[in-house]
Design a protein around this ligand. Structure first.
Ligand code: PA5
Length: 365
């Protein structure tokens, strides 16, 4: 994992010590940090939950897998797709919408993922999948989705309650990986997931709240403080960059944007020229040990070219051997950074009143 390439601009950054466990607890009153630190446990518990919930016969779906979900419930499908990489043997597609892709057939597996079980877009996909005669599976804590699935005899992978939906990322990722394997869209990664849980434990110790104030996650949070972060991924790290963005949005309550290489070298690169005129933007590059060599070269060059315009810049690399270890490593880092950033800003990372208000207004209309 590289260290920051650029020293953040001088800006009133919070005091050292502001990210001790005690200081975090004073701001993180809803205990989001604990849910992030429990990621290794969630990976193991998720395996157990999928195995005990699912009957494995007759699930071969030659048209592949569609994961239908929104926000914190959809990201697991995208991360699973990234972890499978070249080993995916059939199409795996994530839909974040009211409908399924037009090529969905009775030979498609549709995994409807909703933590609450009451997300209207996901409920619409569940119904469309039923109308099309597609195979369905549900992963949820309950709600209308669980009710409908149970009434229809559709398998339900039950999730533990009490989290913010985005804190169930390990559960959603494992559910998508396991369902992909069961329907023939990818290899079974059960033992890799188990090994990844142990690998993640080491990273929790390295980047968690008890690590020194100059440890990586805390350093990044301090560097991003007072900036608008722009997170870039490539290949495997593209959905991780999106996870960073959404975690910074929801936990840190900040704008954050994402793009991917090589595409960003054909547009966004130029936009950085005017960055300092309109605000303090920070760049985060999420690299992977197994990225295409030309992409790696592009990342380094891009970082160098935008350096004069960036308030801070970080070039980070996945950690681990297997793809699942590598994906989870940067998810963990981003989740921790988003919580530390929330704490530096003095905002509770848990509640998302804007989302609640919007859902309530829609429900009433
Ligand atoms: O993080 C969040 O709270 C949101 O992104 C939710 O995940 C999203 O609104 C969908 O809700 P649910 O996960 O309950 O289906």
């Amino acid at each position: 994992m590289s260290t920051p390439q650029t020293t953040p601009d001088a800006q009133a950054t919070p005091d050292a010590g502001a990210l001790s466990r005690e200081a975090i607890a004073r701001v993180d009153v809803s205990g989001q940090l604990e849910d992030v630190l429990a990621l290794p446990e969630h990976l193991r518990d998720a395996l157990w939950r999928v195995e005990s919930a699912i009957i494995m016969q007759g699930w071969d779906t030659s048209a592949g897998l569609v994961v239908a979900g929104m926000g914190g419930s959809a990201i697991g499908g995208a991360l699973a797709r990234a972890a499978l990489g070249d080993h995916a043997s059939r199409p795996i597609f994530v839909t974040r919408a009211y409908g399924l892709p037009p090529w969905t057939t009775p030979d498609t597996m549709v995994l409807c993922a909703s933590y609450s079980g009451d997300t209207e877009e996901t409920l619409a996909c569940y119904e469309s999948a039923g109308a099309l005669g597609a195979q369905r599976t549900v992963v949820t804590t309950g709600g209308r989705l669980a009710e409908m699935a149970r009434a229809d005899g559709v398998p339900v992978i039950p999730l533990p309650g009490g989290f913010q939906p985005r804190a169930a990322v390990a559960y959603m990722t494992v559910a998508a990986l396991e369902v992909a394997a069961l329907c023939g869209a990818g290899p079974r990664l059960t033992s890799e997931i188990d090994v990844a849980a142990s690998h993640t434990e080491q990273l929790v110790a390295e980047w968690g709240p008890d690590a020194p104030e100059d440890s990586l996650a805390k350093t990044i949070a301090r560097g991003l403080y007072g900036t608008i972060p722009v997170v870039a991924g490539a290949g495997l790290s593209t959905p991780i960059a999106y996870r960073w963005k959404t975690q910074i949005n929801e936990n840190s309550k900040l704008p954050c944007f994402t793009h991917e290489l090589p595409e960003l070298d054909h547009n966004e690169l130029v936009g950085w020229e005017g960055a300092r005129e309109v605000g303090r933007f920070a760049a985060v590059f999420l690299d992977d040990s197994d990225a295409h060599p030309r992409v790696k070269e592009r990342m380094a060059l891009t970082e160098r070219l935008i350096a004069p315009s960036a308030a801070a810049s970080f070039h980070l690399e996945t950690r681990g051997e297997t793809t699942i270890e590598r994906v989870i490593s940067l998810v963990l880092l981003g989740d921790l950074v988003s919580i530390y950033l929330a704490v530096l800003r003095g905002v509770d990372p848990g509640p998302v009143p804007a989302i609640d208000e919007l859902k309530a207004a829609l429900a009433a209309s």
